[in-house]
Design a protein around this ligand. Structure first.
Ligand SMILES: NC(=O)c1ccc[n+]([C@@H]2O[C@H](COP(=O)([O-])OP(=O)(O)OC[C@H]3O[C@@H](n4cnc5c(N)ncnc54)[C@H](OP(=O)(O)O)[C@@H]3O)[C@@H](O)[C@H]2O)c1
Length: 305
C-alpha cells in the first residue's frame, strides 16, 4: 500500500510549511507548491524526506494564472497516482506597494482612488478566490474519479478531504482590507458547494478560518506606531498587543503550528463537511461582556474628548 498523498498550495512559507510538516509527520507523501520561493520549497521538501521518511515533490505554480491550478493538481496526481487531501492555502493581502517608496499603500475604503480600488481587488480575486476555486474544482474532480474507480472495483471509497484556508476576515471588518475579506467570503461559498458534490463519494470539504497568525504575511508594517519607541508595529505585533488587551479569549496570537494541527484534524473527521470553522483564539467571539471594563473606559475616554 502506498502512503496517502497531501497537496498543499503555498507550502513554501508560513502556515503552508507547517501544514506539510504535520501531514508528513503522520506518514503522508507530500506535494509542496511554491510561487516565488523555489529554494525555500526545496529545503522544506528535503527536510520532510529526512525527518519523516516520506516522499516530497516540489511543484512551482503561480496560481493567479488561469491554467496553473489545473496543471498543479494534474501533475501531482500524475506523479503519485492518488490524492487523499488537497489544501488550498496560497493567499496574499490586498495591499499594493508604492513603486517609488516600496511601501505598502493603505487606503480607507471611501478614500481609495478607482484605479487602486481595482488593482487591490484584482490582486486578491485572482489568487485567493479564482486560484483557490480552480484548484478545489480540479482536486474534487480527481478525487471523484478515484472514488468511482474504487466503487467500480466493488470497494467502498475511503475518506478524502478538501480543505480551504480562508480567514476570519470573511466576516471581521477592517476598512483597508475589504477586498481581502471579499475574496475569503466568496471562497467560503465554493467550500459549501463542493461538500454536496463530494459527499456521495465520501469526500468532505471544509474551510479553516484562521485568526491572526505570526507568519511572513503578518510581518508587514501595520501603520500603527508604538507610543513608547515611535517605531511602527508589525501586524502580528499589533494583534498580539490587542490579544493581551482582551480582544480575544486566548491572549496571544497563533503560530503556524497551531493552524497546522487543526488543518490535520479537520481533514480526518469523516462526518464533518461544508463547515466554515474559525481557529482564532476566540477573536470572533462577541467580546462585549468579558471586556466590559475595557470598552466602558474607552467609551468614557472618547466622550470626554
Ligand atoms: N497569517 C495570518 O494571520 C492569516 C490569517 C488568516 C488567514 N490566512 C491565510 O493563510 C494562508 C497562508 O498565509 P501565511 O500567513 O502563511 O502567508 P505567507 O507566509 O505569506 O505564505 C503565503 C504562501 O502563498 C504562496 N503564494 C503567494 N502568491 C502565490 C501565487 N501567485 N501562486 C501560488 N502561491 C502563492 C507563497 O508562495 P511563495 O512564498 O513561494 O511565493 C507562500 O507559500 C493565506 O491564504 C492567508 O490568507 C493567514
Amino acid at each position: 500500500m502506498s502512503n496517502p498523498v497531501c497537496l498543499v498550495t503555498g507550502s513554501s512559507s508560513g502556515i503552508g510549511a507547517a501544514v506539510v510538516d504535520e501531514f508528513a509527520r503522520h506518514g503522508y507523501d507530500i506535494v509542496v507548491n511554491y510561487n516565488s520561493g523555489q529554494d525555500r520549497a526545496e529545503a522544506i521538501a528535503e527536510d520532510l524526506r529526512q525527518s519523516h521518511g516520506v516522499q516530497a515533490l516540489c511543484i512551482g505554480a503561480n496560481l493567479a494564472e488561469r491554467d496553473a491550478p489545473f496543471r498543479l493538481v494534474d501533475e501531482a496526481v500524475g506523479h503519485f497516482g492518488r490524492l487523499d487531501v488537497a489544501i488550498s492555502n496560497s493567499g496574499v493581502a490586498n495591499y499594493i506597494k508604492d513603486e517609488k517608496s516600496g511601501e505598502l499603500i493603505r487606503h480607507r475604503f471611501h478614500e481609495c482612488p478607482p484605479e487602486h480600488l481595482d488593482l487591490e481587488m484584482d490582486r486578491v480575486l485572482n489568487l485567493n478566490l479564482k486560484g483557490a476555486y480552480r484548484f478545489g474544482q480540479r482536486a474534487l474532480k480527481h478525487m471523484i474519479d478515484f472514488a468511482q474507480a474504487q466503487q467500480q472495483a466493488g470497494e467502498v471509497p475511503h475518506h478524502r478531504s478538501l480543505l480551504f484556508i480562508t480567514s476570519v476576515s470573511d466576516i471581521a471588518p477592517e476598512t483597508t482590507r475589504i477586498p481581502y475579506g471579499v475574496s475569503k467570503a466568496g471562497l467560503n461559498h465554493a467550500v459549501v458547494g463542493a461538500a454536496f458534490e463530494g459527499g456521495p463519494h465520501n469526500i468532505t470539504s471544509n474551510a479553516l478560518r484562521p485568526g491572526v497568525v505570526d507568519t511572513p504575511l503578518t510581518a508587514r508594517p501595520s501603520g500603527i506606531t508604538d507610543p513608547a519607541t515611535g517605531e511602527e508595529f508589525t501586524v502580528a505585533q499589533t494583534y498580539g498587543l490587542m490579544a493581551e488587551g482582551g480582544s480575544q479569549a486566548l491572549p496571544w496570537i497563533a503560530n503556524p503550528d497551531d493552524i497546522a494541527v487543526a488543518a490535520y484534524a479537520f481533514t480526518q473527521i469523516p462526518y464533518m463537511t461544508g463547515q466554515l470553522v474559525a481557529v482564532d483564539g476566540g477573536f470572533t467571539l462577541a467580546g462585549g461582556f468579558p471586556n466590559r471594563e475595557l470598552f466602558l473606559n474607552e467609551g468614557l475616554r472618547r466622550r470626554q474628548g
